[in-house]
Design a protein around this ligand. Sequence first.
Ligand SMILES: [Cu+2]
Length: 511
Amino acid sequence: MTTPARPSNLPTLSRRDLLRLAGGLAGGAALGSALHPGRAHAAVATPLHEPEVLRSRGGVLDVTLRAQETSVQVGDRRYRMMTYNGQLPGPTLVVHPGDVLRVRLVNELDAPTNLHTHGLHVSGEGNADNVFVRVDPGESFDYEIPIRHDHHTGTNWYHPHFHGTGAQQVFAGLAGVLVVEGREQQPRSIGIDRDRVLALTATQFDDSGEVVPALSSGQAAQVRLVNGQLDPTIDIRPGEVQRWRLVNTSVNNVIRVALDGHTMTRVAADGNPYRQAVEVDEVVLASGQRADVLVRGGDPGSSALRVLPYDIGFGVVVPEARLATLVCSGRPTTARRPLRLDPLLSPLEDLRDHAVDVRRELAMTMAGGFGIDGKRFDPERVDQLCELDAVEEWTVHNPTGLVHPFHIHVNPFQVTHVNGIPVDSPSREDTVIVDKNGGSITFRTRFEDFTGTAIYHCHFVTHAELGMMGIAEVVDPALPVPTDIDPTGPWSCTITPPEGTVPVPGVDGAV
Ligand SMILES: [Cu+2]
């Protein structure tokens, strides 16, 4: 059953509500007894749990995902969460370019759900990556998603995207990792000794063991989990090379990850290979973002994988936390094969070398409620009309007091400026943090291969559900504009032709 999701009818927000959405309040008296991660949750030293891996065979990956409520062990207690197939996170799906991904989604929850393949360059229509699909409780839906032969390789993920229930479902645990693996990228053949998925998330439980409403959750009361575990141990041998697929599956966090005593070699962002490998001390991942990093075991001993503080805005700082413990022990690894990074890297087609067909200026706004360009999401309204194969330059402004991670479906983009300053991005991305208090990002993108809907939104999913989301409709210029779209607009953003000057959008973004 394919029906548009209706926007939820939410009340106007007070400043206190806004602060809570930033994660600054623990939620008032009702949540005053919310569990404190350091006190009520005792981490039990357990090895990192690796999600089940389901690989395509003969060009097809055919899986059934049952969205269900599940009793899950976290630390020394059991909690009621939401899972795919009883697993936290859901199974890791591995496909190759040219494959077809078939997913039967079975909804065993008591609210509507659906499935978004975050990061895939696939159609957003029909029974592909269509966020307007509605799967009611007790029903199932068969997705069929062809993956192009030239699809970029790296780490993506899947999660519910039904407007009005998706944020809570992700907050309660519904997420899994989705890898597009090149045929020349078998870990062993390129000198990677071990491949790991690290799904990083944050959630909050009440005393009865239930997940609290995401909208009432405060950063300080959230527990930070790796693959559903509190401070698991990750084993490595001296000299061993592991690839960690880091995915921020949280609803509203920026996770600044650092590994004590180690640098990491970053080779991909958001499922897009870097041009060249970069040694990094930390990786900053907002909700939705991914990083592929290589870690080499150092001297024997333990090292903490940490979340470092990050200022989200309104004075709210994501607190420092220990995510996991890397334990290096055993005989030093003697590489069977030398590490070869080339198969993991890819030259970037630099969109700065291309003429720009259209420039757009958007603003993520909170004045009068969460929206984009002052408008709350409307599933019946097209906000941007884009032409297939056009190269566009978008500048996304953030006049608000909170950071917002901007995400667009279907086509990744190349960031060219951050806060107006030119940057030389190592890869394309699909989610990027837009700085608070007047920050901006500028990117170039080309709407390739697929006509139809590509939505864009804040990936603090609570913000998207409150209205910070819009619809881009990609049309083939050789065909008539679909009759349900007024080709004259009015469009909510500011559009200028390539020769034009770029005005500052006239949006009141005061918070
Ligand atoms: Cu936001």
